[in-house]
Ligand binder design. Structure first.
Ligand code: AMP
Length: 299
């Protein structure tokens, strides 16, 4: 594995590799790698000839009161984990490589940036879109790999690649969890042992609500109430949002259609730590139409 710190050098590398017919998979991260990140690197190495992973704590996706300064950073730890995974290039740019002095251009995502997570972090998705676009320009990937952990972000990045004609295929990878169900996150480092244990309520509530839906409930308000009731068992958990939306477009119908996909989205704060999580649930099909009845011999 090689380490590249300059944008020009990375772009030269990628142009050379692509001219040799190699495909490039890109895994953007903010570092402090864990098994969730490694799962993206592994998936990228299966689907592409070369894997480039970036480590960059992006200042434009943090508001002034957020944890940019205290965000965990540990280059040696990241280097060793990436090297032991199938990463070919670790891209570690300084801030001025990504935001050259005097840079004023940024991207605006639109409505998707200001709902759910974006309602509580209004600066966040424009910052993500801007940095991902810069990183794509530096990396020239065929495919980029993102975690379902940041569900809304995957929709933003898919729209970015499509709207800006980038031609980068966005691959969404499953959430990797701790043994107690807590979704892995660099920010879990902020949790005390007690909080880490209590935080399993997020996963438990998602699983319970998934079962509620799978038992036949399609009414959005009832599903949301069930999810809230389950989360409220942990009184110290502050709930920014906890709700069921259409997984494809985040819309909120009164009743979800049979066979459609719901995503249960959580934005919460435990102690000083912001925890997000989600689960996609397929709404069961309970009624047969006439053709189905015929095919399964009920006629
Ligand atoms: P971050 O370093 O937190 O910005 O995350 C970099 C990438 O890793 C994003 O695409 C995340 O969605 C993904 N990721 C973070 N945590 C997990 C996890 N527990 N499972 C799968 N992917 C994850």
């Amino acid at each position: 594995m090689i380490v590249i710190r300059k944008v020009d050098e990375l772009r030269k590398y990628s142009i050379e590799q692509r001219s040799k017919g190699k495909t490039i998979g890109f895994v953007p991260t903010m570092g402090f790698l864990h098994e969730g990140h490694i799962s993206l690197i592994t998936r990228a190495s299966v689907e592409c000839d070369l894997v480039i992973t970036s480590l960059f704590v992006n200042p434009t996706q943090f508001a002034p009161h957020e944890d940019f300064d205290s965000y965990p950073r540990d280059f040696e730890h990241d280097y060793n984990l990436a090297k032991n995974a199938d990463c070919d290039v670790l891209f570690v740019p300084a801030r001025e490589e990504i935001y050259p002095e005097g840079a004023t251009t940024s991207l605006s995502v639109g409505d998707l940036a200001y709902v759910l997570e974006g309602k509580y972090r209004p600066h966040f998705f424009d910052g993500v879109a801007t940095v991902v676009s810069k990183l794509f320009s530096a990396t020239l990937p065929n495919k980029a790999f993102f975690g379902q952990k940041d569900y809304q972000q995957t929709l933003v990045v898919k729209a970015l690649s499509k709207d800006m004609l980038m031609g980068v295929e966005i691959v969404v990878c499953p959430i990797v969890r701790e043994p107690n169900g807590l979704a892995m996150s660099s920010r879990n480092k902020y949790l005390t042992d007690d909080e880490r244990n209590k935080a399993k309520i997020l996963f438990q509530s998602l699983v319970a609500t998934k079962e509620f839906i799978e038992s036949g409930e399609r009414n959005r308000k009832k599903i949301n109430a069930y999810l809230h009731d389950s989360l409220r068992k942990l009184e110290s958990l502050k709930i920014d949002y906890a709700l069921a939306v259409d997984a494809s477009n985040l819309e909120e119908p009164n009743e979800f259609d049979e066979g459609s996909e719901i995503v249960l989205l959580l934005g919460t704060i435990l102690g000083k730590t912001r925890l997000i999580d989600n689960m996609v649930v397929k709404v069961p099909i309970t009624k047969y139409n006439e053709d189905d009845r015929f095919q399964i011999g009920l006629k």
